[in-house]
Design a protein around this ligand. Structure first.
Ligand SMILES: [Zn+2]
Length: 213
């Protein structure tokens, strides 16, 4: 059997198991989706959004790219964001980075990765803005992980500045925007940042709520 055929076999087994457990599951989901969360995560195969959050199909609206970036002219991400917020009315947006992220590591070095360099420029900008803070740590894993956290914060801020969020906040208090980081070595998520609609209703970037631990 070729490796891809295993996926098809596993799929059959999974669908069968779900049907046994909940015979209406697929019928229900086929009609509509009402996810409460938009998940923006890294494409890394070790950070599967549903699995690490114990969520089922229908619960997370998902966008993934290298190093979970929110880039202001990325039409793909902006479309996902707008659909999730304006039409699906998600209550929470979670930007989830992960320690040891290859995209972050690559952006910290000087090696060229071809077409990817353009994408990594976005991370290099965040690194430049926090260089002193990050370089206070020993070279290696700790620096990478500091930039992982800084970058997640930056992406949360980037989302809060989009037209989609400004529009949503002009009519209500949702969504909240969360920045989390996943640890590959213990499977746990850490909250690092959160932005909610400012109480004044001003459409400025609200002060962040720092979360420690
Ligand atoms: Zn990554």
């Amino acid at each position: 059997m070729q490796s891809f055929e295993r996926l098809l076999l596993e799929n059959k087994a999974w669908a069968h198991e779900v049907m046994l457990d909940d015979p209406d599951f697929f019928k229900r989901l086929a009609k509509t989706q009402t996810p409460e969360f938009l998940w923006i995560g890294c494409s890394d195969s070790r950070v599967p959004a549903n699995k690490i959050t114990g969520t089922n199909p229908g619960e997370l609206f998902v966008h993934r790219n290298i190093a979970n970036l929110v880039v202001e002219n990325d039409l793909n991400l902006l479309s996902v964001l707008d659909y999730a917020v304006t039409h699906l009315k998600v209550k929470h947006i979670i930007v989830c980075g992960h320690y040891g992220c290859g995209g972050i590591k690559a952006a910290m070095g000087s090696e060229s990765y071809g077409i990817l360099d353009q994408w990594l420029l976005n991370i290099k900008k965040t690194y430049a803005a926090h260089r002193d803070e990050i370089n206070a740590f020993p070279d290696g894993e700790e620096r990478v992980n500091m930039l992982v956290e800084c970058s997640v914060k930056q992406q949360v801020i980037n989302i809060s500045k989009t037209e989609t969020i400004k529009n949503a906040w002009s009519g209500g208090n949702l969504p909240q925007i969360h920045g989390w980081v996943y640890a590959l070595n213990d499977g746990l998520l850490k909250k690092v940042y959160r932005v909610i609609k400012p109480a004044t209703g001003e459409m400025l970037v609200p002060p962040p709520i720092a979360i420690h631990g």
